[in-house]
Design a protein around this ligand. Structure first.
Ligand SMILES: Nc1ncnc2c1ncn2[C@@H]1O[C@H](COP(=O)(O)OP(=O)(O)OP(=O)(O)O)[C@@H](O)[C@H]1O
Length: 604
């Protein structure tokens, strides 16, 4: 399944287990073996404690001093060995989990980042899967340790049952009475899981509302609109609705547990009474030893069983739920890359062509672009205009491959864009966007980020700053380019929106000779005059860079800026309604001429 397709079922459980264990093993193959063997060895002293107790009982009842000392010594050795092996095993398990966590988290982050488009950030069903995987990434790293614990638990159970049957074979049936206790948590946890999935959207909503109410970015508007109380009420309601559903499941769990534990308790009591009154192992000290063995082993049986079931449950949760999600994400990220069989060209000769392209946002039915056919000639400066919501930024996003078209294709020098590696294509793009991100690094690095390999190249940064007209911003900073931006940092300086925008613009000028330069309303916070001057500079620069045939796409609402473009594309109602040069479009007297006239009149 490729990104963009329907969300498919999770892969089978056995693939998930093997994959997750292999990933953890890479974090420390030898450590994994040592941790496994130590955990199994740590299970034995504890279970043999019942044998020591029985020996002690026999010695006390028979008044045998030497046997008493030997039994006491055995118990002391078992206690010390149990503690020592248990401590070492748990430390080794933790160490393995810590190492595996680093590897798994890096793997998950790499997988998410390698998904070529951003649509997964907007599809709730994918977000839910990924959120769960991310939240429980630590759990995956515990998978081997939990598997070893489970092995130790089963070993304890087996030896305990063998000890009980050594007293009377029929006492092995005690294990059967414990079965409901073993199965109950499995059943109830599946019920709990289903309930959690049902209310996951409420949890996500509550978290989002909390972020909205507490985030610095939203603080101003939330206060002005007076929405705090409403947000708080919605947040509380989301949590209450979620908690009510989960609490109901929790109470049912307790009820069923009482029934299962009651059944086992009755059977255990019956075993003790039978052994004490009839004494299968003889009379006197032997009977005392037998009763104590049943008491110690049987008493621990329920504890061991509950623990093993718990271990199995925890193991199963990670195994069945998490490891399958991991395999799904690996497959999903890889599917998007599979058809990349064409290289990204070094230079454009013909240009970029939209061939009957249509697009709908994930989870929506409304076409945002429909039947768009366009040619963006190599080396041209192309302006895209249209009213709010006309689809200008969407067209730009398709060019950046943040989404794949729902229909039609985009060709780069005649080759379908979706056959080229997305990261390779993006490495030849540069851009500045209206919804830029204010990276709170030093000013120089915030600009240098536009071309990662040259992030610390001071000359390249200085040149980009000048080209974007951001030199006045840097000149006003206390430490110039080395000033830390953002008040969240000690000594950091906050910039105005327009200043941040200029930094973002400079970032967009870091890469030289791009195949595509995107300017999506990058100067919306600047005045019309400044925008005009800057755009004239970009256009001149783009024409100078003509050797690579790079296309510059400018989205702007200001027609005074747009008129200098080689080609102007007018979008309306999800379609291209006009295209041509300023002079051609004015002569045609259509939509462009109308909008231009309105804006010119407003300026006059
Ligand atoms: N992530 C999204 N999910 C769903 N719909 C979206 C998304 N982003 C944009 N849209 C819708 O797509 C349509 C086109 O949006 P787009 O941002 O491309 O318009 P635009 O022409 O750039 O507008 P503006 O001039 O206001 O920036 C709008 O109706 C918008 O509601």
């Amino acid at each position: 399944m490729a990104p963009g397709d329907e969300l498919d079922a999770l892969p089978p459980w056995w693939r998930g287990l093997g994959r997750a264990l292999r990933l953890c093993r890479r974090a420390g193959p030898r450590l994994m073996w040592v941790a496994g063997l130590t955990t199994l060895a740590a299970a034995l002293p504890d279970v043999l404690f019942a044998v020591g107790v029985a020996a002690l009982g026999r010695a006390v009842a028979g008044h045998r001093g030497s046997e008493l000392a030997a039994a006491a010594g055995l118990l002391a050795v078992l206690a010390a060995a149990g503690w020592l092996l248990g401590t070492v095993a748990s430390r080794l398990g933790e160490r393995l989990s810590e190492r595996a966590a680093v590897r798994i988290e890096a793997h998950l982050a790499g997988l998410e980042a390698s998904v070529p488009t951003v649509e997964h950030h907007e599809r709730p069903e994918i977000l839910a899967r990924m959120a769960r995987l991310r939240d429980w990434a630590g759990g995956l790293s515990e998978l081997p340790a939990r598997l070893f614990d489970l092995g130790g638990g089963l070993l304890r159970l087996g030896v305990t049952l063998a000890l009980l049957m050594s007293v009377r074979p029929v006492f092995g049936l005690l294990g059967l009475f414990a079965v409901p206790m073993a199965l109950l948590p499995l059943w109830r946890s599946a019920v709990g899981f289903a309930a959690e999935e049902r209310v996951e959207h409420l949890q996500r909503r509550a978290r989002r509302l909390f972020d909205l109410g507490t985030d610095a970015g939203t603080g101003k508007e939330i206060r002005v609109s007076g929405a705090q109380e409403r947000l708080g009420a919605l947040w509380a309601e989301a949590w209450h609705r979620r908690n009510r559903v989960l609490a109901r499941v929790g109470w049912c769990n307790i009820g069923w547990s009482l029934v299962a534990f009651g059944l086992f308790g009755a059977a255990f009591a019956a075993c003790l009474v039978v052994e004490a009154s009839t004494g299968s192992t003889g009379s006197g000290p032997a009977r005392a030893g037998g009763v104590l063995l049943v008491l110690a082993a049987g008493g621990r049986l329920s504890g061991y069983l509950a623990r093993t079931v718990d271990q199995f449950n925890g193991f199963r949760t990670i195994w069945v739920d998490q490891s399958r999600r991991l395999v799904w994400l690996e497959g999903w990220a890889a599917a998007g890359r599979r058809r990349w069989d064409a290289p990204v060209p070094d230079a454009l000769t013909a240009g970029i062509v939209f061939e009957d392209v249509s697009f709908r946002y994930p989870g929506t039915d409304r076409p945002v672009l429909e039947g768009v056919s366009l040619r963006l000639p190599a080396g041209a400066v192309v302006a895209v205009v249209g009213e709010n919501g006309a689809g200008k930024s969407t067209l730009v996003k398709l060019l950046c491959r943040l989404y794949e078209p729902s229909g039609g294709r985009i060709l780069v020098d005649g080759v379908p864009l979706d056959r080229m590696p997305a990261d390779g294509w993006r490495s030849r793009l540069t851009g500045a966007f209206q919804d830029f991100f204010p990276f709170e690094f030093t000013a120089a690095r915030s600009v240098g980020l536009g071309d990662l390999p040259r992030i610390d190249d001071r000359d390249a940064v200085a040149a980009a700053v000048v080209r974007a007209g951001a030199d006045s911003v840097l000149a006003g900073l206390p430490d110039g380019p080395e000033t830390r931006l953002g008040t969240a940092w000690e000594g950091g300086v906050e910039l105005s929106h327009g200043q941040w925008q200029r930094i973002a613009l400079a970032r967009g000028f870091m890469r030289g000779a791009p195949l595509l330069r995107i300017l999506d309303e990058p100067t919306s916070a600047l005045d019309a005059e400044t925008e005009h001057v800057l755009f004239a500079r970009y256009a001149a620069e783009a024409r100078r860079e003509g050797a690579a045939g790079g296309v510059t796409v400018l989205v702007s609402h200001r027609f005074s800026t747009v008129r200098a473009a080689d080609l102007i594309v007018v979008l309306d109602g999800a379609q291209v309604v006009e295209q041509g040069s300023h002079r051609e479009l004015m002569a045609a007297g259509g939509r462009y001429a109308e909008l231009y006239g309105v804006q010119a009149a407003a300026y006059r």
